[in-house]
Design a binder for this molecule. Sequence first.
Ligand SMILES: [Zn+2]
Length: 86
Amino acid sequence: MSQNPIVPNGPPIDARRFGPKAPDHPSVGRPCAACDQPLQAGDFTVLVPLGPGADPEHRQRAREGRYYNAVAIEVHWACATGETDP
Ligand SMILES: [Zn+2]
């Protein structure tokens, strides 16, 4: 795992790379939101935060510029960073 910046039309954020994905990981087979290809065993992925979601407390914390638990989606590391898997 590593810390690398992601720059998707915004300021860099630190992202943790997960992987290689185990064959029995619950997200194996789910489509990557960026490329629509299924996540597979051996893939490296990253969680991309979307925002506070519907939780009123987390929305309030976001408005106040405080830390909150963000809703996130899992995508291929390469889809988020452009980097190839190690
Ligand atoms: Zn992808």
